[in-house]
Design a protein around this ligand. Sequence first.
Ligand SMILES: C[S@@+](CC[C@H](N)C(=O)[O-])C[C@H]1O[C@@H](n2cnc3c(N)ncnc32)[C@H](O)[C@@H]1O
Length: 359
Amino acid sequence: MKKPPQTDWLLYCRPGFEQDCAQEALRQAKQQKPIIGTEQPAIIADSGYVVVALNEQKLSWRELIFTRQLIRLHHSIATLPERDRLTPILDAISTLPGTFGALWLEAPDTNEGKLLPTFTRRFQPLLETALREQGRLQDDIQNKHNKLPRLHIFFPDKNSAMIGSSDPHNSAEAIMGIVRQSMPPEAPSRSTMKLAEAIEVFMDRSEQTRLLRQGMQAVDLGAAPGGWTWQLVKRGIRVTAVDNGPMKGALINHPLVQHLKQDGFKYAPRKAVDWLVCDMVEKPSKVAKLIEEWFAAGWCKHAIFNLKLPMKQRVIALDSALGGIRKRLDEEGINYRMIAKHLYHDREEVTVFLTKTKG
Ligand SMILES: C[S@@+](CC[C@H](N)C(=O)[O-])C[C@H]1O[C@@H](n2cnc3c(N)ncnc32)[C@H](O)[C@@H]1O
C-alpha cells in the first residue's frame, strides 16, 4: 500500500507543557482523519517545542490552547558546522518554493534559549541580505497586503536548526508566539500584564476599539490588588471590583472603581454590565459554571477569565470546563465566540475570551 504523505509540524509551547501541546494537536488532527503510518512524537521534556507528524490533516492555531506558534516544518539540520552555520541553512532554504513575507529567527523559551538571541542576531542581517538578493524575501511595504508565509529558522540549540514556514492567517503574529508586555509602573500588580496580553491576543485592533470603550461597565471578580481592574479603568471603563482583599495604590479611591468586599461566587450585579473579568483561583469546573450562569442570566456580553490547570490530565479538565460552557450557551440559544490560550503570562492556568455574537 502506498504510504500517505507526511507533514511535520513544529509547535512552540511553554516549557513543561510539551505533552499537553502534542496531545491536543494530535487530537485535533484525529478528529479530521485517522493518522496513518506516523509515530508518536518524541517529546523532549521542558524543551519548549514539539514536532508532530501528520498526514493531510490541518491544524488550526486558534483552536490549540497550548500551542504558542504553529509552523510547517520543512527541514531539520541536526549538526550545523561550527565554522559555517550559514551555508547549510541557505542551502536548505533554496529548496523551498516561493517568496516569504518575513524572516524570523527564533529559539525556545527556555533558560538555554534565552542565551541564543545574541547568537541568532548575527545571522539575521546576513540571511536577510542573501534572501533579498535572491528575491525570496519581500519587504514590509510590499508584503503589507499580500500576507506571504513567514520563514522561521528555529534554533533548538547552537548546533542545530529547524526551517519552516507559517501562514499569517493561521499562526501567532509575534516572534516565538509571544506577545510581550511591559510592566506599567503605575499598575498595582504584575497580573496586569496577563489581561493586557489577553486583550492583544484575542482581539484585533478594531475589536479592541469596539469592545473596550470609555463609559462601559465591568465587574472584576477576584480583583485585588487590582492589576486587571487597572487595565479596564485606564480605558475609561467603570469597574465593580469584588474581592475580600484590599485594592492597592491609585485604585483605592479611584472615581471609576467601586470595591465590594464580597464573595465573587455569590455576587450578582443589579444591572447587566458589558464585561465580566474573573481571576479567582478556583477549580476550573467551578469557574466555568459561574461564567455559564453570568451569560445565561444575561449579566454580561463579554468575559475574560482564567481556568486554573490541574497537575495532570490538563487537556481533559479543560475540555470538560469549556465543553460545559458551550453546552449551556447552546441550550440557551446564545451565539458566541470562545477562544482559550495558554498565554505567555499564564503559568498553571489558561485564559479564555468569551463574547456574545449576533445571530
Ligand atoms: C490571582 S489574585 C487576582 C489578581 C488580580 N486579577 C490582579 O490583577 O491584581 C486572586 C484574587 O481572588 C480573590 N478571591 C479568591 N476567591 C474569591 C472569592 N470567592 N470571592 C472574591 N474574591 C476571591 C483573592 O482574594 C485574590 O485577591
